[in-house]
Design a protein around this ligand. Structure first.
Ligand SMILES: *Cc1c(COP(=O)(O)O)cnc(C)c1O
Length: 346
């Protein structure tokens, strides 16, 4: 396996810490399909409580947690609305259409930032047998392909009020909601309660090896549990995995501030090159997007040159490289990445 001095490809690269492994080894387990794994139940209740919801459901991936959430709100032949960079429409490989017969329509959002007017303009309500009916709007917070963008609580609240008046449900893809919470100080519950369902990820910057949780009402989550089993994701003694998630929640949320500070320091240093590669103000959490076309280069070229200097970043589209901070990237690795970008781009 190739290892990098600064591996900023993704915040999914984290490896379980010794403390996390000890918690996993000590976990009490049972058969979760029968609802008898106490560690899984504890995790589900804990996350539901953090987000101000009645019930939770542990899933192996964030994509599954999202897809279970979407299908609770949208029947086959109906539609959801999401921004064109949203994970549910770009990175879940057409799952909503493939598994649930869901149509998706999108709007474009600069850096993924939510403007409630955008989905509300598209929403089709009471359009009878002539057009596709909108039943769900999806919000992503923070926004991954937008570069870790935080959705303002005021915008979310406005969307909630106006969508409710139309009878349209809201799902939050909160894979990195922890980062928004730490960066803004807004309580998780304040974000959570504006949505009918919320998915959160334990295996990104929080550092668990696997796992997401979907939360919502007890009634909706009972239905999601049926669909999880139908999709083949009923799991047995997975308290060993839920224990890693619980450990992450208890120990790794506050430290996300370190990731944010390092991402910002990186952005400030790259901006000092004076080439217009990045606006440091755009780095709100743990993700920095560098527009390498500003230096007349392509993301592919630059990622190859960085790899030779033991730095890994993700070519996210035709102009940008994405750098993501996480549990396994320290100050020294950040310094190394800054130096490598200087050598390659300056
Ligand atoms: C990572 C991620 C997910 C979940 O991805 P999985 O790889 O399926 O766990 C969902 N939404 C966003 C925004 C993500 O970044």
């Amino acid at each position: 396996m190739v290892t990098f001095r600064a591996d900023l490809l993704s915040d999914t690269l984290t490896r379980p810490t010794d403390g996390m492994r000890a918690a996993m080894a000590a976990a009490e387990v049972g058969d979760d399909v029968f609802g008898e794994d106490p560690t899984v139940r504890d995790l589900e209740e804990h996350v539901a409580g953090l987000l101000g919801h009645e019930a939770g459901l542990f899933t192996p991936t964030g994509s599954l947690a999202n897809q279970l959430g979407l299908r609770l709100h949208v029947a086959p032949g109906q539609e959801l609305l999401a921004d064109s960079g949203a994970h549910v429409v770009r990175a879940e490989l057409g799952a909503a259409a493939t598994f649930s017969g869901i149509t998706s329509r999108t709007w474009t959002a600069d850096r993924g930032r939510l403007d409630p007017a955008d989905p509300l303009r598209l929403a089709a309500i009471g359009v009878g047998p002539y057009q596709v009916e909108t039943t769900l709007i999806v919000v992503e917070n923070t926004h991954n392909f937008g570069g870790g963008t935080i959705q303002p609580l005021d915008s979310i609240r406005e969307l909630r009020a106006r969508a409710s008046a139309l009878g349209v449900a809201l799902h939050l893809d909160g894979a990195r909601l922890w980062n928004a919470h730490v960066a803004t100080g807004v309580p998780l519950e304040d974000y959570g309660r504006e949505f009918d369902t919320v998915s959160v990820c334990l295996s990104k910057g929080l550092g668990a090896p696997i796992g997401s949780v979907l939360v919502g009402s007890a009634e909706r989550l009972a239905e999601a549990r049926v669909w999880r089993k139908r999709y083949g994701a009923g799991m047995r003694q997975v308290g060993i995995l839920a224990a890693a998630g619980r450990y992450a929640l208890d120990h790794h949320i506050e430290r996300l501030a370190d990731d944010h500070a390092r991402a910002r320091r990186f952005a400030d240093s790259v901006a000092e090159l004076g080439l217009g590669l990045i606006d440091p103000g755009s780095v709100e959490t743990n993700i920095a997007m560098v527009d390498v076309t500003a230096a007349g280069r392509t993301p592919g070229e630059v990622s190859a040159a960085l790899a030779e200097r033991s730095v890994r970043a993700y070519p996210v589209d035709s102009s940008r490289l994405r750098f993501v901070w996480h549990l396994d990237v320290d100050d020294a690795a950040t310094d190394h990445a800054i130096e490598a970008v200087r050598e390659v781009l300056a």
